[in-house]
Design a protein. Sequence first.
Length: 207
Amino acid sequence: MSDRTDRTEKTELRIAKAEFAAAAAKPDQIPPPRGPEIAFAGRSNVGKSSLLNMLLARKGLARTSNTPGRTRQINFFDVGVAGGPELAFVDLPGYGYAKVSKSESASWKELLESYLQERKTLRAVVLLVDIRRGVEQEERDLLEFLALRKELTVIVAATKIDKVSRNAQKPTIAKLAKEAGVRVIGTSADTRAGREELWSRILEQVG
Ligand code: GTP
Ligand code: MG
C-alpha cells in the first residue's frame, strides 16, 4: 500500500470511544474479562504507549516518556470503533529494561506471563520492535512463549520508522520480517504511518 493511501483522510478509521478502564500491578488486580482484547508488548521504550495513542487518536491517553520503564503496570483501555466493534487495548509493561532491581523485573515478568498465558479474551498480541534494533533475543523468547498458545495471533509492528530514511524503510522492514518469520507492519507514532494497516489486522481478530 502506498503512503498516499495511508494518508487519505476519508479512509481513516475513526474512534468513537477511548478511555482508561483499569490498571493491574499484580496478577490478582487484573480486571475480569469483558470484550475481546488486543495487547501491546515489546521492550521498554519501544513505543508501545505512543502507538496505542496513535491508533486511538488520543495524544495523552496512555502515558509516554523518555524514561524507559514508564509503564510499570498493565493498563486496560476501553475502545469503540466508529461503526465497528467494542474492544479493549492492553498496554503491557516493557521488558528488557536493565535499571530495575531483580525482584522488580521478576514481578513484571510474572505479571506479563500470567496475563499472556491465561487471558481467555486475548485475541492478539501486537509485538513491537524498534526498526533500528531489529529482533533480538528477548523478542525471540517472547515469540516462542506466545507460540505456546496456538490460537493466539501475533502481529509484529516495527516502530519509529520515521527514524530511518525513506529509502531504508522498506528494506529494513523486510529484513525484520525475515528475522521474525512473519509479516511486519511499519509504523510511526509521529507520522501515523501504518495506522490503517495495523487497524485492519486488529479488526480481523476482533470481528
Ligand atoms: P515503556 O512504557 O517504558 O515500556 O515505553 P513504551 O514502549 O510505552 O514507549 P513510549 O511510547 O513511552 O515511547 C518512548 C519514547 O519513544 C518517547 O520519547 C516517545 O516520544 C518516543 N517514540 C515513540 N514512538 C515514536 C515514533 O514513532 N517516532 C519517534 N520519532 N519517536 C517515538
Ligand atoms: Mg509505555
